[in-house]
Unconditional design. Sequence first.
Length: 79
Amino acid sequence: NWVDQTKGRSCAFDFTTKGILQEACGRNEMWRLIDGKQGPPGMIGIWPSHAVTFIDNHDTGSSQSHWPFPADKVLWGYA
């Protein structure tokens, strides 16, 4: 993993958590927020201090809307 290769000197955008959180909120399937080891999925579950979590950024949402978070669930995402 890229963060491992930098010996922890860098952080990474947690696209895995964004995708899982987006699906969980959009489909009202909160069970998705726990992985098989009963922890959070994605980078936040592997190395939380180096995971940059987000709901949308300039590539996924905003004016480009390539992979936008459901607008009516944004507050859930931030909770």
